[in-house]
Design a protein around this ligand. Structure first.
Ligand code: ADP
Ligand code: MG
Length: 264
C-alpha cells in the first residue's frame, strides 16, 4: 500500500499524443504554485517531461532508470526545476533497457513502488508519474505505485474505445497488485469548441463516466504547444492563455477531490 501522507498520481493513457506530459507538467506547476511540494517522475524514455521543464541532458546523470533499478534513491536522482517547489526525476533512453533487464525478476512490477515508499518520498506532498504511451512494464510500475490514475483523453473519435481498454487495465491492476488504486479522474484535452465531433465526444464520455470526468475542459491552445520548446510549463510561459487557465482550474478540481476523499 502507498502511504497516506502524500498522494501519488499516475498520468496514464496507452495512446501517444493525448496530453499526458502536458498535463503532468502543468498540473504539477499549478499545484506547486499554491505551495505544495511536487515531484514529477518521468517514466517515458522519450523524456518529454524532463525536456519540457528545461532539464538539460547533461543534468541527467542519474534518472528514473536508476530509481527503478534500486541503485539510487529519490533524493539522489531528483533535479530541481525553474519552478519553485517543483522537482523532477528525469528520464533518459536508459529506460528502454529496463524492461529487458528486469523481465525475469519477481519484483519487476514493484520497482517504483519500493522507491516511492521510502521516507524521503514524504518530502513531496504530490508525486505525479508521467507514463509512456503503452501498457508496458513501466506503466505497470506506475500503476502499482500510485494511489490513483489520472487519464487525459483527447476529444477524438476513438476516445471511448481506448478509455475502456485503460479502465480494464486499471481493473486488472486492482485485482492483482494494487487493490486500492482509484481513478482520480478523466480530463478531456485539446478540446476545440468549433468541432462538432469534439462536442459529441465530450457528451459521450460524460454520459458513460459521469462524475469521474472533470468539469474542466482543456482547450486546444497554441501557447500550450509552444511552451515546451522554451523549456517552460505553459503556466509560466503564458499564464493568461486559455490553456494555462484551464490547467489551474483542473488543479483546483484535483485538490477538491482529494479533500472530499479525506473527509469521506
Ligand atoms: P503525450 O504525453 O500523451 O504523448 P503530450 O502532452 O506530449 O502528449 O502532447 C502531444 C502534443 O500535443 C505535444 O506537441 C503538445 O505540445 C501538444 N498539446 C498538448 N496539449 C495541448 C493543448 N491543450 N493545446 C495544443 N497543443 C497541445
Ligand atoms: Mg508524453
Amino acid at each position: 500500500m502507498a502511504s497516506e501522507k502524500n498522494r501519488i498520481i499516475t498520468i496514464a493513457n496507452q495512446k501517444g499524443g493525448v496530453g499526458k506530459t502536458t498535463t503532468a507538467i502543468n498540473l504539477a506547476t499549478a499545484l506547486a504554485a499554491i505551495g505544495e511540494r511536487v515531484l514529477i517522475v518521468d517514466l517515458d524514455p522519450q523524456g518529454n517531461a524532463s525536456t519540457g521543464l528545461g532539464i538539460d541532458r547533461r543534468d541527467r546523470k542519474l534518472s528514473s532508470y536508476d530509481l527503478l533499478m534500486g541503485s539510487h534513491g529519490i533524493l539522489e536522482t531528483v533535479v530541481e526545476t525553474a519552478v519553485p517547489n517543483l522537482y523532477i526525476v528525469p528520464s533518459t533512453m536508459d529506460l528502454l533497457g529496463f524492461e529487458m533487464e528486469i523481465a525475469q525478476k519477481s519484483d519487476r512490477v514493484f520497482r517504483l513502488r519500493r522507491a516511492l515508499q521510502q521516507d524521503e518520498a514524504l518530502a513531496f506532498s504530490y508525486i505525479l508519474v508521467d507514463c509512456p504511451p503503452s501498457f508496458n512494464l513501466l506503466t505497470m510500475n506506475a500503476m502499482a505505485a500510485a494511489h490513483s490514475v489520472l487519464v487525459p483523453l483527447q476529444c477524438e473519435f476513438f476516445a471511448l474505445e481506448g478509455l475502456s481498454q485503460l479502465l480494464e487495465t486499471v481493473g486488472q491492476i486492482r485485482q492483482t497488485v494494487n487493490p486500492a488504486l482509484d481513478i482520480q479522474g478523466i480530463v478531456l484535452t485539446m478540446f476545440d469548441a468549433r468541432n462538432n465531433l469534439a462536442q459529441q465526444v465530450v457528451h459521450d464520455v460524460r454520459s458513460h463516466l459521469g462524475e469521474k470526468v472533470y468539469h474542466t475542459l482543456i482547450p486546444r491552445n497554441v501557447r500550450v504547444s509552444e511552451a515546451p520548446s522554451y523549456g517552460k510549463p505553459a503556466i509560466l510561459y503564458d499564464l493568461k492563455c486559455a490553456g494555462s487557465q484551464a490547467y489551474l482550474q483542473l488543479a483546483s478540481e484535483v485538490i477538491q477531490r482529494e479533500r472530499q476523499r479525506k473527509a469521506a
